[in-house]
Design a protein around this ligand. Structure first.
Ligand code: NAD
Length: 358
């Protein structure tokens, strides 16, 4: 990255969290993470598919484990959070360890929000939720999100071995989801020099690793580079306010039920093409990180080449949905480098619906 030439003017807040990154760390380093926080009775939470891995972590905790709750579900339905809080209280837990993807970590955050108990995260996807103070809860079909420092994991244990089992299609879309955090951080109103460095390096690492992960999903080196990228990209998400791309994906997921990571993957090139004229420095950073002079096209080709969906139509969106989505997004515009208009969003979504050249 080149040193910024514009006058420096920024705020940057770093929150205390310890990060350990090592193959095998889920089992070898989580007990130490627990001990450093002075915790003695941890509830381990996970989703049903991640139970075997979570069990290994729970076993490693030995007497410090107060139980295992495999109740996590996508988007943290409020009744799932209620049930988990009951389990935490019944177990007399003094903290939680969330093992899994964004859904398991989301459940751990919901518990932290309700109880104030500290959270340790052991991520198994590239969602980046472990590096943010953002929580989400779904009630009556509507997802509420908020920021609260109490939900930010106090300790994060990155173990690339956990990601070896992540299927290639999910690895690719989860990886592009991570790229989207970094890309939007680069033009966020609250970006700062350290975040820009993390974003550029995160994009470089993730985009470089994904083809290798897709070619050889059991290549621990490639998995490690992707997870390293996810850490940096997640840190950018936690430190900044996201723009048009994340707002679009939130509406497409919330109102039309489109799947999280796939939607991010399809939309990102179009959102960046829309914002490019108003965000030259961010685009220059992405060009350096990706080694291209056409960022939207590069990202679309990368994801397509690795087997990801290329259009919103493939994900189930219809032409009739476009106007509804455009009104919603333009009606509550996020902070964004380029003005968010109904016509602009409609055009962007139309191109993404068809999978046209961005
Ligand atoms: P997820 O946790 O639902 O995982 C997706 C699927 O992959 C699940 O079926 C899960 O069982 C499976 N899986 C996870 N890890 C695996 C592994 N290593 N091997 C095999 N299968 C595995 O989804 P996600 O994409 O990790 O996260 C998406 C969720 O996280 C969404 O609800 C999103 O809103 C939320 N999120 C929140 C933040 C935040 O800052 N709060 C950030 C990013 C995402």
């Amino acid at each position: 990255m080149s040193t910024p030439d514009a006058p420096l003017d920024f705020a940057y807040e770093s929150r205390p969290a310890r990060v350990v990154f090592r193959p095998g760390a889920a089992v070898s380093a989580t007990p130490d993470a627990v001990a450093r926080l002075g915790l003695r009775r941890l509830l381990v939470v996970c989703g049903s598919r991640g139970e075997a891995t979570a069990r290994a972590v729970a076993d490693a905790l030995g007497d410090s484990c107060a139980g295992l709750h495999a109740g996590a579900r996508m988007h943290v339905p409020v009744e799932v959070a209620d049930r988990a809080v009951e389990v935490v209280r019944a177990a007399g837990a003094d903290g939680c360890v969330a093992v899994g993807g964004g859904s398991a970590i989301g459940l751990g955050k919901a518990i932290a929000l309700r109880t104030g108990l500290p959270l340790i995260a052991v991520p198994s996807t590239y969602s980046g939720s472990e590096m943010t103070p953002v929580w989400g809860l779904t009630e009556d079909g509507a997802k509420r999100t908020g920021r609260d420092p109490v939900v930010q994991p106090r300790s994060v244990v990155y173990d690339p071995e956990l990601t070896l089992s992540l299927p290639v299609p999910l690895s690719v879309t989860s990886g592009v989801n991570a790229l989207a955090h970094a890309a939007e951080a680069l033009y966020a109103p609250d970006v700062s020099p350290l975040v820009s460095l993390m974003a550029e390096e995160g994009v470089r690492a993730m985009a470089g690793a994904l083809p290798a992960v897709a070619a050889a999903p059991d290549d621990l080196g490639a998995r490690g580079r992707a997870l390293y990228g996810a850490w940096l990209c997640g840190s950018c998400l936690g430190a900044t306010t996201m723009g048009l791309h994340h707002k679009l994906c939130h509406v497409l997921g919330g109102t039309f039920g489109l799947p999280h990571a796939q939607t991010h993957t399809v939309v990102l090139p179009y959102a960046l093409a829309y914002n490019a004229p108003a965000a030259p420095r961010a685009i220059a950073a992405l060009e350096r990180a990706l080694g291209t002079d056409d960022v939207p096209r590069f990202l679309r080709d990368l994801a397509g080449r690795l087997g990801a969906p290329r259009s919103l139509a493939e994900l189930g969106l219809t032409e009739a949905d476009l106007a509804v989505a455009a009104v919603q997004v333009a009606g509550q515009p996020p902070p964004n480098p380029r003005e968010v208009t109904e016509d602009g969003v409609f055009g962007l979504l139309k191109a993404a619906l068809q999978g046209a050249t961005p």
